[in-house]
Design a protein around this ligand. Structure first.
Ligand code: GLA
Length: 347
């Protein structure tokens, strides 16, 4: 049996838990929102730095912020006009992103307190939360667990499970903002990104997928071979205009719904790399376009546009209203499971 390398302490009423592995890689998690508030990884010279955006003082997580490090749910990403129907009943959710519903509503999974326990056989913790029938407008009591496991291969495994007592919809993701340079004043445009995706979901003007799968070939959305995030981000392109940069869901090449490598990121200067594996059909790649220097960074200064990028593995946005997208319906008696891995290394 592996003894979890876990320390926990209280800060401003919030509990924080730190996982460390034998190479010194460490990950700190809060009971609030399952927020990953730091990931310390070495660069190619062995210098450890924090590579995720967030706050130095955890109390800032209680205020407004763009889902730094959090678990997003019950339905991550957007649902058009905050409405969907299930079994003939229409459900109305908060319109908290212009006319759309975003990341589970006013008090989504990112803002609730999770119960945290250490895992018995792995270097990890299990967060659990029960979302009540009707919470944020969603049907069914939904019990959710999220495991964070740190392996000796420098992989952070995030494993989700959920069960409901009434038919509902579910889409869970991890909303960490990465900046592999470790310098939060620097933009992420110099990071090289490769995505295992031949298609992406084009958006309407309110950032809801129009419903078709669009080939990336010949567009700024083609990351099928590595290129810097910044190379085409300012191209004249209607879709980039809608997202103020990249804020789109790519369709991961994964015909068999297995765990596949979905993304590789490389920061040439530090040598840090991050590979993302998932069994989910989609990945929202958001380049932090809406950060506007209003929030304090951990190292002094403020978070500006494109000071972090998110790779949010998930089901497709607005799937509850799109019969052609893979289903996000969860029925009583079924168990929702999904898994995403973030592997850290250097080149
Ligand atoms: C997601 C959305 C973005 C933005 C961020 C949070 O990634 O797609 O449009 O709302 O969350 O700021």
């Amino acid at each position: 049996m592996i003894k979890p390398n876990l320390t926990s302490h209280e800060k401003n009423g919030l509990s924080s838990y730190t996982l460390i592995n034998e190479y010194g890689l460490s990950i700190e998690v809060l009971n609030l929102g399952g927020i990953i508030c730091s990931i310390n990884t070495p660069d190619r010279n062995g210098v450890f730095e924090d590579i995720v955006l967030g706050f130095k003082d955890p109390k800032h997580y209680l205020g407004e912020h763009p889902y730094f490090g959090a678990v997003a749910g019950r339905y991550a990403n957007r649902i058009a006009d905050g409405k969907f129907s299930l079994e003939g009943n229409e459900f109305t959710l908060a319109q908290n992103n212009d006319t759309n519903h975003l990341h589970g509503g006013i008090k989504g999974f990112d803002k609730v307190l999770w119960n945290v326990e250490s895992l018995k056989n792995e270097n990890g913790i299990q967060l659990s939360y029960t979302s009540k029938d009707g919470e944020e407008g969603y049907p069914g009591n939904l019990s959710v667990t999220v495991d964070y496991v740190l392996t000796k291969d420098n992989i952070l495994k995030v494993k989700y499970r959920a069960q409901t007592d009434k038919t509902t919809v579910i889409n869970l993701t991890q909303h960490s903002y990465f900046n592999l340079s470790g310098d939060f004043a620097a933009q992420i445009l110099d990071h090289e990104l490769q995505l295992n995706a031949d298609k992406y979901l084009p958006l309407d003007n309110t950032q809801i997928p129009v419903g078709n799968y669009q080939s990336v070939v010949g567009t700024p959305f083609d990351f099928s071979t590595p290129k810097t995030i910044g190379r085409d981000i300012e191209d004249k392109n209607k879709q980039l205009e809608i997202g103020s940069g990249y804020d789109h869901c790519w369709v991961i090449n994964n015909p068999n719904n297995e765990i596949v490598k979905a993304a590789e990121v490389y920061h040439p200067q530090s040598g840090r790399t991050m590979d993302v594996y998932t069994d989910q059909p989609g990945m929202q790649c958001y380049t932090g376009n809406f950060m506007d220097n209003t929030l304090p960074s951990k190292t002094g200064g403020t978070y500006g546009p494109r000071s972090g990028f998110c790779l949010e593995t998930q089901h497709f946005p607005n799937a509850p209203n799109e019969p052609n997208f893979p289903t996000t319906i969860l029925n009583p008696g079924e168990t929702f499971t999904s898994e995403t891995w973030f592997q850290f290394s250097v080149k």
